[in-house]
Design a protein around this ligand. Structure first.
Ligand code: AMP
Length: 118
């Protein structure tokens, strides 16, 4: 069973801020911003590649609820999902990072030539 499935089953403790029948939101253990929440589906989905439109629609509403719960919906925030190796995904259970609480920087994403792929 994967790490986040264990968190869903409460076999591993987490600092939960929001939960419904389908999703769970909890504090990232290694926060990158004053607010850093992870939103996950309770069923195992490997990554964004496998999410279906119905789940994505419900997830969008859930993320909006997280922003309200954390009182960052007006100040602004960022939603990120890392996909696969190049995306930097470390936990193979779909999760959305919700980051805010301060002005976020726009990162340095890659040393590769941005003109190089197509
Ligand atoms: P990613 O690199 O997109 O797969 O992100 C995985 C995230 O999960 C990282 O930001 C980790 O800090 C976070 N993380 C790993 N283990 C835990 C845990 N037990 N509780 C909360 N967050 C975790």
């Amino acid at each position: 069973m994967c790490l986040f499935c264990k968190i869903v089953k409460k076999e591993i403790p987490s600092n939960i801020i929001l939960e419904n029948d389908d999703f769970l939101a909890f504090h990232d253990i290694n926060p990158k911003a004053p607010v850093h929440i992870l939103a996950i589906p309770k069923v195992h989905v490997d990554s964004f590649n496998e999410i279906d439109p119905q789940m994505m629609s419900k997830m969008s509403a859930f993320i909006q609820d997280i922003a309200k719960e954390c009182k960052i919906e007006k100040s602004g925030y960022r939603v990120i999902t890392n996909i696969g190796e190049n995306g930097g995904q470390e936990v193979a259970h779909l999760h959305f990072h919700v980051l805010g609480g301060a002005k976020l920087k726009w990162g340095h994403f890659s040393d590769a030539d941005p003109e190089g792929h197509f």
